[in-house]
Write a protein that binds this ligand. Structure first.
Ligand code: ANZ
Length: 859
């Protein structure tokens, strides 16, 4: 941690003051606006580079330092490749922290938010990020959130926004509804208190309508998004394929639907389980004995305190109560006792399952706990492919040896292990002998013929609950009329603006504080003109960030959320950069909204982010930085201490983009010294810009041109740390050339210094601009196109290697000086002369010393 509190002095930075250089260039950037995205007249090809926008809760931290460094590297890189780059910034400025600050400290959320934004803006300016500052947006501005409301109304028109009563995660402390992902280990992500379930009427967006497309389109992103993120999205959507099966229940009209991924095992169902907290459980137990009703109620009380995660955990003892009712198996008419058990979830599938204990572990655990029958219907010892074996069954339908013997060893009741593998159907009437796949197809046919089942899919993905009972968010633009209708606010009345916070009690009460703003809530029914009430809820802030990348394209437009032509020009985002903590929700919601806008004909693409770059975390001493642990490294303090460039270089050099970086290993002092060396090289150059290229120190020229050749590929592969290392190598080689052989007047020295400035601009833009000016050029190095490498300088030096067989030289090879052992050995073995010398003798030993010697010993 030594470097944290040691400000760079003129001495350790080699006599230059980074802050002075920084101020100078920032002033010029502000004046000339070189990073403004080009307009229609700009003929260059376009790239849209976007970093996830910050939330204005206090100062920026080192995670932001990393995030905006990386997006800046990418943005600057594409400018150097000759592209017209859009690199905007804005603020995700609605949300709970502002409101909590208001409650705790009496701060006005508006002042708190915009005060923090001002400070963060200053830090990002100081950091030298090449944003197009003309497009700044804040999601808490009415000019922005009016389009959230517009989006909501469009989704509502298309049946994609609806209201329903549903059990929600409720934080009793924050008095608010939480999304599933805001519940961590059964606790509120924000305050750490236990989360409970509560029923509320809420607004939802119907993301499940898009589940298949959200899943299938991930295939297009393979290779462009981190594999880990694609997998997390797949798991989150969680598509299961199987069948819906209808079960009648004795003494009850109609059927109950069950989803199963293994309809082939229907003959093995021995009981039936419903979620205790489902409406069905309550209905069924109403027809049971008084005793059962009491037992059920006790059980339900306990279950309601258990989280879904615990309920799904496999190593928990199984619990449940018998409801004294029976379901009828649709294929064989068997009576299946109905239990309520918490391992069945109310809001997955249909909240009820057919239990097949022989082939499902949860069902088996339950059967063993309550002594329920187990029937094997898949012979997992039988071959799955090839001829169908003949299975002899005794009159009870039990297979006769030899299959039986093998199966006995696997008896699930005894072993406690369900037979989940593939095999051949047994004990299953018309399905006997079939493989799983064929049995599934057959049983679906059988059920369909009776109208009692069909192929079906289920998803883990739930509809997106967007209602929040909080003040600091976008008001939901709906009106509740006196006669009980819910109608949209007419579009021309948007935005529905938040009232002033004055006089409002924001402390959490379980209902939105907006409901208490009497004059705000009161409105008129747009159809009849009668008195009506506004919906008091506000939107989840993930709505705001689900489409903000489109607003950047025409931020000032007052007539529409974004200009379609601009979206066609710039969209989708070419590079999206941010933390992996947004791997699931934010990206999923943005993908959903993009697809919905595509369906409305408003954009021409179906995926919002073509490439995704995830950064690792900046940690300290092996653990996450946190205020409470007192191990916070503050961004602004680091900036003040070392200057932007040293901080940027140190972070870029600290390791691969996706890795976590320990601040203890980040050397701003080392970076400052490197920058001072680079600057000194530029000052030492003793030739004019018009020197003849293609002359001078050949060794130095090779280093320069190899970097010019490799840098684009390295940046595109996000190997930023390697580029920094290569720049260090080039600066050292230039120094050596100046001090030893060629001298400061050698054209190769100028060439190296210029290449350094151009590439260094990605990491240390202030220093790079300063170098460029010292080298005799007009600003801005940030707008130069990188030079192309001279191919003749990229040819690798070659050497002659000798190949010996049993001590005699049998061949020579021209090989690259940097060849490795495996390559050299392979070339030696393949050489015609060597092969002739070997004849049919076998090589027993090979000694390889790259690049010059290979020696084979034979038998
Ligand atoms: C019978 C069966 C037999 C099943 C068998 C599995 C194996 P995934 O893959 O996670 O989608 N299930 C259905 N609804 C459920 C609910 N609300 N709560 C808990 N479990 C539920 O799992 C689908 C399987 O999970 C379904 O297939 C069902 O059990 C169970 F050998 O049906 B199965």
């Amino acid at each position: 941690m030594s470097q944290i509190s040691t400000p760079s002095t003129a001495a350790d930075s080699g006599g230059f003051d980074p802050h002075e250089i920084q101020r100078k260039w920032q002033a010029l950037w502000a004046e000339r606006d070189p990073f403004r995205a080009g307009d229609d007249a700009d003929a260059r090809p376009r790239k849209y580079v976007l970093a996830m926008f910050p939330y204005p809760s206090g100062d920026l931290h080192m995670g932001h330092a990393e995030n905006y460094l990386y997006s800046d590297i990418v943005a600057r890189f594409w400018r150097h490749r000759g592209y017209n780059v859009l690199h905007p910034i804005g603020w995700d400025s609605f949300g709970l922290p502002a409101e909590n600050a208001a409650i705790q400290r009496g701060a006005d959320p508006v002042e708190w938010t915009y005060g923090n934004i001002a400070q963060q803006k200053q830090s990002l300016h100081d950091y030298g990020v090449s944003f197009d500052w003309n497009r700044v947006l804040h999601t808490s501005d009415p000019e922005y959130y009016r389009w959230n409301q517009w989006l909501f109304l469009k989704l509502y028109e298309r049946g994609l926004a609806y209201r329903k009563e549903s059990p929600v995660n409720w934080c009793p402390f924050d008095q608010t509804v939480l999304a599933n992902e805001q519940v961590v280990d059964g606790r509120c992500e924000r305050c750490g208190n236990e989360v409970v379930k509560k029923k509320l009427t809420q607004w939802f967006l119907k993301i499940t309508d898009y589940a298949d497309r959200l899943l299938d389109d991930l295939n297009q992103l393979e290779g462009f998004w981190p594999q880990k993120v694609i997998q997390m999205q797949r798991n989150w959507i969680g598509r299961s394929v199987g069948a819906d099966i209808e079960f009648e229940i004795e003494g009850r009209e109609g059927t109950v639907t069950v989803f199963s991924t293994r309809p082939d095992t229907l003959y093995g169902a021995t009981f039936f389980v419903v979620a205790p907290d489902s409406d069905l459980a309550a209905e069924l137990v109403a027809g049971a004995s008084a005793e059962a009703r009491v037992r059920f109620q006790d059980y339900l009380d306990r279950v309601q305190k258990t989280t879904d995660i615990d309920r799904q955990s496999t190593d928990r003892p199984k619990t449940g109560v018998f409801l004294e009712r029976y379901a009828i198996n649709p294929v064989n008419g068997e009576r299946l006792p109905i239990w309520a058990a918490d391992y069945v979830l109310a809001d997955y599938g249909h909240g009820a399952v057919m239990a097949v204990p022989a082939h499902d572990q949860r069902d088996l655990d339950f059967a063993r706990a309550f002594d329920l029958p187990v029937r094997v219907v898949v012979d997992t010892t039988a071959p799955v492919t090839g001829a169908i074996p003949v299975i002899d069954l005794d009159e009870d339908g039990v297979p006769i040896d030899p299959v039986g013997d093998a199966l006995d060893d696997l008896d699930p009741v005894r072993t406690g292990v369900a037979l989940t593998g593939e095999g051949r159907m047994i004990n299953s009437g018309p399905l006997d002998g079939l493989s799983k796949r064929n049995a599934i197809a057959r049983v679906i046919d059988l059920l369909a013929a009776k109208g009692l089942g069909r192929a079906a899919k289920t998803y883990r993905l739930r509809d997106w609950l967007i209602s929040r009972q909080r003040f600091w968010g976008t008001p939901i633009p709906m009106i509740h009329t006196e006669d009980g209708r819910t109608v949209p606010v007419p579009e021309e009345q948007l935005p529905v603006q938040l009232p002033s916070v004055d006089g409002l009690d924001l402390s959490p009460k379980g209902a939105s504080p907006l409901g208490a703003a009497a004059s705000w809530v009161h409105t008129t029914d747009p159809e009849s003109g009668a008195s009506a009430r506004r919906d008091p809820d506000t939107m989840d802030t993930f709505v705001d960030s689900s489409w903000y990348f489109l607003r950047f394209l025409s931020p000032g437009d007052e007539s529409q959320p974004f200009v379609g032509r601009e979206a066609d020009k710039w969209g989708p985002v070419d590079f999206y950069i941010g933390g992996v903590e947004h791997a699931i929700l934010h990206l999923l919601y943005a993908r959903f909204v993009t697809k919905a806008l595509f369906d409305m004909g408003m954009v021409e693409f179906t995926e919002p982010f073509s490439n995704l770059i995830n950064q690792g975390m900046v940690i300290l001493g092996g653990s996450k930085m946190s205020k409470s642990k007192g191990n916070l490294v503050l961004f602004q303090e680091e900036l003040d201490a070392h200057g932007a460039d040293a901080l940027r270089v140190a972070l870029a050099f600290a390791g691969p983009v996706e890795d976590d970086k320990d601040w203890d290993d980040v050397s701003t002092t080392g970076a400052a010294k490197f920058l001072a060396r680079a600057l000194r090289v530029a000052s030492d150059v003793d030739s004019d810009p018009d020197v003849v290229w293609a002359e001078g120190d050949a060794a130095l020229r090779r280093v320069t041109h190899r970097l010019l050749a490799d840098a684009p590929g390295l940046v595109e592969q996000t190997k930023f740390n390697v580029v920094v290392a290569r720049l260090m190598e080039l600066v050292n080689a230039t120094r050596k050339a100046i001090d030893s052989g060629a001298g400061a007047a050698d054209p190769a020295v100028r060439e190296a210094a210029e290449a350094t400035a151009m590439i260094l601009d990605l990491f240390a833009p202030h220093t790079a601009e300063e170098m460029w000016q010292i080298l005799g050029y007009e600003p801005f190095v940030g707008l130069t196109t990188w030079r192309s490498p001279d191919p003749t300088l990229l040819v690798e030096d070659s050497v002659t290697a000798v190949v010996q067989v049993d001590g005699k030289v049998r061949g020579t090879l021209e090989v690259p000086a940097r060849i490795d052992a495996a390559e050299l050995e392979a070339l030696a073995r393949a050489d015609a002369k060597v092969q002739r010398a070997l004849g049919d003798r076998e090589i027993v030993r090979a000694v390889v010393r790259p690049p010059k010697v290979v020696s084979f010993a034979t038998k």
